[in-house]
Design a protein around this ligand. Structure first.
Ligand SMILES: Nc1nc2c(ncn2[C@@H]2O[C@H](COP(=O)(O)OP(=O)(O)OP(=O)(O)O)[C@@H](O)[C@H]2O)c(=O)[nH]1
Ligand SMILES: [Mg+2]
Length: 369
């Protein structure tokens, strides 16, 4: 706010000076007639003094007078407070809802309590398990709640609806189909690619190739090279994204190219960026986020966030043979909302993999026959 005084022989002149200098948005704070000179100012001439103010912030708002300005400011502050209050309220409601979900669930019918315990024992996220339990409690009547078969059936339906369909590599589809596998170090990308390459080449009767992205400039291919030689399929290696255009004509000759990527540690930003550049050049139709089921739910969510830049549109779970805590897998599939593709359950190549079967995963988790 700029406040200035203007004096002129007439009031009209003083006001005109205000308008000229401060513009029409200026606010008149005060006007007074001031006597100048003379004994006790009695005989002196008089001038008019106008005190005017203008808001110096470029808000683009015009203010009618100081009172209005003050009111505007106070409204704005109040609205800000209100917005903060609403935000806080929203957070409290969310917290309350969460604590209601994670809080004690006393007095559950015996069979439902047994199911909840079972879900928690299999590593299912507590909130997801309790939400499911509450839904069952609301939907089923007393008789149904005493029947573990009915509870299991309805629980399976609810979980299945959330996990959606599976999306394995299509046997048809456009050519060339480029399919990338991304995920943390040691999650099983290379092993899974070797398994799938054999399957596609021998059983799907398709021309398959493997492209190895090697950002570390070491011959990381090893075992994969041996498999490609055995099943007689081409193996391409690219050391930088710039090499992709040169490799592309070869890739175009195949129906399906499986792209093996180096395992990126979640903190390795440089490598992540380079891999995104690779994928940008390759434009894969499918990006399978490859995750070991031995990973905790928390960690899976963190990995999913970190690999989000690679736009994974499939989830591939490995190492199902290493745990029977499939609740983690279900929880992640429910929150990630991407389709499952395959599961692997052993180190044998070929073999030890299958198209994901959410129904079976759920039945195993719920210990249903
Ligand atoms: N038990 C079990 N082991 C597996 C499975 N899949 C892969 N492995 C093993 O997990 C280890 C790592 O597998 P890789 O295929 O090299 O994993 P990767 O994701 O390619 O690893 P990086 O290239 O280092 O990122 C190897 O010892 C595999 O034999 C599986 O389904 N079950
Ligand atoms: Mg590998």
């Amino acid at each position: 706010m700029i406040i200035k005084k203007y004096t002129a022989p007439t009031l009209a002149q003083a006001l005109s000076n205000v308008r000229e200098e401060l513009g029409t948005d200026a606010i008149i704070l005060n006007t007074r007639n001031v006597k100048k000179g003379g004994v006790l100012h009695l005989l002196g001439s008089s001038v008019y003094e106008v005190t005017a103010a203008i808001d110096d912030k470029p808000t683009g708002e015009s203010t009618m007078d100081l009172q209005t300005g003050a009111r505007d400011l106070s409204y704005r502050v109040q609205v800000d407070y209100l917005i903060d209050d609403i935000k806080e309220l929203k957070m409290s409601i969310r917290d309350l809802a969460d604590s209601a979900l994670t809080g004690e669930m006393d007095g559950l019918p015996v069979q439902l309590a047994a199911l909840l315990k079972r879900l928690q024992d299999t590593g299912m996220d507590e909130k997801i398990a309790k939400r499911l339990t509450r839904q069952l409690l609301n939907e089923l009547d007393g008789r149904e709640l005493s029947d573990p078969k009915i509870i299991g059936k309805r629980a399976t339906e609810i979980l299945l609806a959330g996990m959606g369909d599976v999306k394995p590599i299509p046997s048809g589809g456009t050519k060339p189909r480029i399919i990338a596998f991304v995920g943390p170090t040691g999650s099983g990308k290379t092993t899974t690619i070797a398994k799938l390459a054999t399957e596609i080449s021998l059983n799907m009767d398709k021309k398959v190739a493997v492209l190895n992205i090697d950002t570390k400039r070491v011959d990381a291919v090893g075992q994969l090279k041996a498999y490609c030689r055995i099943i007689n399929i081409p193996l391409y290696v690219a050391y930088s994204p710039d090499e992709i255009p040169g490799i592309m004509p070869g890739i175009m000759e195949n129906d399906i190219t499986l792209v093996d990527t180096p395992g990126a540690g979640p903190m390795d930003r440089t490598q992540m960026i380079e891999m995104v550049e690779f994928l940008h050049k390759l434009v894969p139709q499918e990006v399978h986020l490859t995750l070991s089921v031995t990973t905790s739910f928390m960690e899976m969510k963190r990995i999913f966030n970190n690999f989000g830049v690679m736009k994974p549109n499939r989830i591939l779970f490995t190492k199902l043979d290493e745990t029977d805590s499939y609740g983690t897998m279900i929880s992640f599939a429910l929150v990630a909302k991407e389709k499952l593709s395959y599961v692997t359950f052993g180190q044998n190549v070929p073999g030890d993999f299958d198209i994901a079967n959410p129904g079976k995963i759920i039945r195993d988790t719920l210990a249903l026959k």
